[in-house]
Design a protein around this ligand. Structure first.
Ligand code: 44T
Length: 854
């Protein structure tokens, strides 16, 4: 019921503004009434238009109408969203923000829509703004923390904390400026640091460009704070869009850049430099120009790079990129087809695939084994535009590498030396004391192939669509060439034995003669974490046992009920399998992404299972596995094929039937509790039959006190000292996020300062058993500085069976709360942790428990 006392009273308003145009007032109050009427009739679109009109012509009503306006906006945009009218949706938000530019709720909600549509940078910008307007707005804070990693990537902190790298860049820039390069462009300026170095070194004109809006704004703040806003011109654009004289008055004599990723070229440095040489830089010095002033010629820092590679064995990489098991939870995988991770590198570029992933080799769980010595894969001179241009048209280069150690070929690892100038270079190698990641080019063969010392591994190096590509193509052994890792190859290693049916082979070869492997039949791309999940034997075995226990229990329960009520077992059923709907058990698996759990449930017999797998390729895999494992077709359904509205996913199957089991996916791969988990659980509880079960029934969160310098370096610019003499830390540290995700606790460099301790538990079967604030006491086992609390989960499927997200073959990573302020502890001290769970995000603060508290 609308609050009568706050409803606008036409008479009073007219009296307050006696000189206002009466016709206009009439229009306002009529529109307002219409808006309210439309709201009542749930015609949100029209209500929204009426509100827009009212508030545009009578802004004085903004405060009064704010709540109803927001309500209308959210209802209407939800409707537009479900209709797929995305442009209209954003138009509405833009109109709303014109009226209420500093409304944190609208900003946050628009951020959520942007995020859903994949505009992460913009989404994060909105959450950040909302949070700045209202720092204690928990929804915006949670959203911001979830996206801040995208906005200001964590490597910014690492780079700024890497004093060696900073000093080397600074010295190289200083030397170049002192030698006469006095007009400078910093491409991809980030926080503005390299541009500021150039200015400080005495460059007359400094320009900088940055394509990310957030980073651009940050750079502007930093440059201003360092008193250089008049002397460095920062442009919010990609360097490729820059023109002389529109954006910079003339060509510059020095380009500085660190737009390199772990695979060197992934940030587009080749394209940026080719463009810069043609449009933004003075020509390079040549032999005749030997005596020309450096300020009349152009050059680039870094001057070039050398790329290295190495073949490695790593179980961790293998289990994320290849299916390594033949049976999962009692199901044979023989008919699964070809499962492939999205990281695949052949000499033929495929847009849907990333050519490499990244890892820190020295942090790989289980370590790695080098199968070859490091080899030189490529040398590139950034000061030679012809060489840069020739790179992509250059022929594929074949390298023959001697295998030095026995092992399975799982990947090629790649790193590089960045030559800043002739004297100094930085390395991103695994042996260096830097925290840079290496690029990983995984091998995809579905079968294993062991290399032995003396083998010759043939690797193709190419550079297509701006990525450096490395591909292990063959192994030479005893004069024979075994082909590897090429789906289109007909004579691959496993087919080395002559095929007894050459005709069939020819047909297969013909069928596979297409460049897009994803079009091939029986081929399915799964995320790396989904592949690791399939390889997680314990996970599936545990689910299988828990499902089996539940179904056995329910069967007995039904039997007892029937006997009690005198009903005979279902011989008269109308169902075509002569199993009445009442005799079936309904299982719903709402796991995110690919999951075999529904099929596993269906394989238990008398179970009709509903899967939430959405992608048709993945549904096809499940159907194929159902057929090959003898699961009747009608016992596996795809829930989203029925439900139009995604929100309605947790609804019962039909008529009288309730769910016997609902499987919820409670922990994200990154180590965080899934958003809205508890809401889903309470909905699920209402949909269970008597004796039905939610899997998991309970999750317990464990944590440990640790001292970890690494975690600090990755979360904020450390120390009080300015970075290279510049004031940067307070600005970038606004993007510090207290929770670190995708952590490998087993290889994290840290000192354990306590045993693991239960932080809190979430009971999905019983809402009353949950708490959101808790104090936990833990005793320090050694002295040190508590800087973080890594945490993980014990997932209890039922009273007996549980799985840990910390286990070695887990597809989950861990997360850690990095403390705002570290705490010195001595062995035996009692530490008190205040643990808070808001929605699904955890926050922790620690203090020493004083003796009286014990
Ligand atoms: N990776 C560290 C750093 N940008 C990636 O928006 C490198 C990790 C690393 N702006 C191994 C080695 C390393 N025009 O803010 C970003 C980005 C911006 C541009 C304007 C352009 N053409 C570009 C291209 C990129 O530059 C900033 C830095 S790029 C990413 C650095 C030692 N593992």
């Amino acid at each position: 019921m609308p609050n009568a006392s706050t409803r606008p009273k036409r008479g009073r308003r007219t009296r307050r503004h006696p000189r206002e145009d009466p016709a206009r007032n009439e229009l306002v109050s009529r529109s307002l009434e219409s808006a309210q009427e439309c709201l009542f009739n749930q015609d949100y679109g029209t209500a929204f238009v009426h509100y827009l009109l009212v508030l545009n012509i009578a802004p004085v009503l903004k405060d009064f109408a704010r709540e109803s306006f927001r309500f209308t906006l959210f209802k209407w945009t939800d409707e537009l969203d479900s209709l797929g009218r995305i442009q209209d949706l954003f138009n509405c938000y833009e109109q709303a923000l014109e009226l209420f530019p500093s409304d944190e709720v609208i900003l946050n909600s628009m951020g959520e829509h942007l995020f859903k549509m994949g505009f992460r940078d913009e989404a994060a910008g909105h959450f950040h703004k909302a949070l700045k307007l209202k720092p204690d707005y928990p929804e915006a804070r949670e959203n911001f923390y979830r996206v801040a990693n995208w906005l200001v990537e964590r490597w910014h902190f690492l780079m700024l904390n890497d004093r060696g790298r900073n000093q080397q860049y600074q010295q190289a820039i200083q030397k170049a400026v002192q030698r006469g390069c006095n007009t400078v462009l910093d491409i991809g300026t980030g926080t503005g640091i390299l541009g500021m170095c150039a200015k400080k070194a005495g460059a007359a004109e400094v320009y900088a460009c940055e394509l990310s809006k957030t980073m651009y704004e940050l750079a502007c703040e930093v440059v201003t704070a360092n008193g250089m806003n008049g002397s460095i011109k920062i442009l919010h654009m990609k360097s490729l869009e820059m023109e002389v004289p529109r954006d910079i008055p003339q060509r510059v004599s020095l380009v500085v850049t660190e737009t390199v990723d772990a695979g060197l070229f992934g940030e587009g440095i080749i394209e940026s430099l080719v463009h810069a040489w043609h449009h933004l830089l003075l020509p390079p010095p040549n032999a005749q120009d030997e005596f020309r002033e450096p300020c009349q010629t152009g050059r680039v820092i870094p001057a070039g790079a050398t790329v290295f590679g190495m073949a490695i064995e790593s179980l961790e990489i293998r289990r994320h990129h290849r299916l390594c098991v033949s049976e999962v939870g009692g199901l044979s995988m023989a008919a699964v087809g070809e499962i492939c991770s999205p990281v695949s590198c052949s000499s033929e570029p495929d847009e849907s695939m990333e050519p490499y992933t990244t890892e820190r080799l020295n942090r790989l769980p289980g370590g790695y084994k080098s199968l070859t010595h490091p080899f030189r894969a490529l040398d590139i001179n950034f000061n030679n535009v012809q060489e840069l241009e020739a790179l992509s048209s250059r022929e594929v280069q074949r390298l023959h590498l001697l295998v030095t150690q026995e092992g399975e070929l799982d990947a090629l690892a790649v790193w590089f030396q960045l030559h800043l100038d002739q004297e100094s270079s930085l390395s991103t190698g695994p042996q260096e004391d830097t925290c840079w990641e290496q690029a990983i080019y995984p091998v995809h063969r579905p079968y294993s192939f062991a290399l032995t010392p003396g083998d010759e591994l043939i690797v193709e190096v190419s550079c297509r669509d701006a990525y450096l590509r490395l591909c292990s193509v063959a192994v030479m052994r005893d004069g024979h060439e075994f082909h590897l890792d090429n789906r289109l190859e007909t004579q691959s290693a496993e087919k080395f034995v002559p095929n007894p049916n050459p005709e069939a082979e020819l047909c297969t070869a013909l069928a596979c003669l297409q460049t897009d492997p994803s079009l091939a039949k029986d081929f399915c791309v799964l995320e790396c974490s989904e592949i690791a999940l399939l390889n997680n034997h314990l996970y599936h075995q545990s689910f299988n046992r828990a499902l089996s226990n539940l179904i056995t229990g329910l069967k007995i329960q039904r039997q007892t009920q029937k006997q009690g009520s005198g009903i005979k077992p279902a011989a008269h059923s109308s169902d075509r399998n002569s199993t009445g709907a009442n005799d079936l058990f309904f299982v719903l698996d709402v796991s995110e992404g690919f999951s075999l759990l529904s099929l596993m449930a269906a394989s238990h017999g008398r179970v009709k299972a509903y899967s939430s797998v959405e992608k048709s390729q993945q549904q096809e895999v499940l159907r194929r596995l159902a057929r090959s494992n003898g699961v009747p077709e009608q016992h596996l359904e795809f829930w989203l094929n029925y439900v139009e509205d995604e929100q309605a996913v947790l609804q019962r199957p039909s008529g009288e039937n309730l769910w016997s089991a609902i499987i919820l996916d409670c922990v994200e791969t990154c180590g965080l509790i899934r958003q809205k988990l508890m809401e889903k659980a309470s909905l699920a509880r209402c949909l269970l039959e008597d004796g039905g079960h939610i899997f998991p029934s309970r999750i317990v969160v464990y944590g440990m006190l640790v001292e970890s310098e690494t975690l600090l370096l990755e979360s904020a610019v450390q120390g009080q000292e300015p970075t290279l003499g510049f004031n940067i830390a307070p600005f970038i540290n606004q993007f510090t996020v207290p929770v670190h995700v995708f952590l490998d606790f087993s290889t994290l460099a840290c000192k354990h300062l306590s045993e693991s301790v239960e932080l809190f538990a979430l009971d999905l079967m019983d809402a009353n058993a949950n708490y959101t604030n808790r104090e936990v006491k833990v005793q320090a086992t050694s002295s040190g500085r508590v800087t973080a609390v890594p945490f993980w989960y014990q997932i209890h499927l039922d009273h007996e069976i549980s799985i840990s997200t910390l286990s070695q073959d887990s597809h989950w990573k861990q997360a850690a709360v990095v403390l705002h302020q570290s705490l010195e502890v001595k062995a035996q001290d009692w530490v008190c942790l205040a643990v808070q769970l808001h929605k699904s995000s955890i926050s922790i603060s620690v203090k020493i428990e004083n003796e009286s508290g014990l």
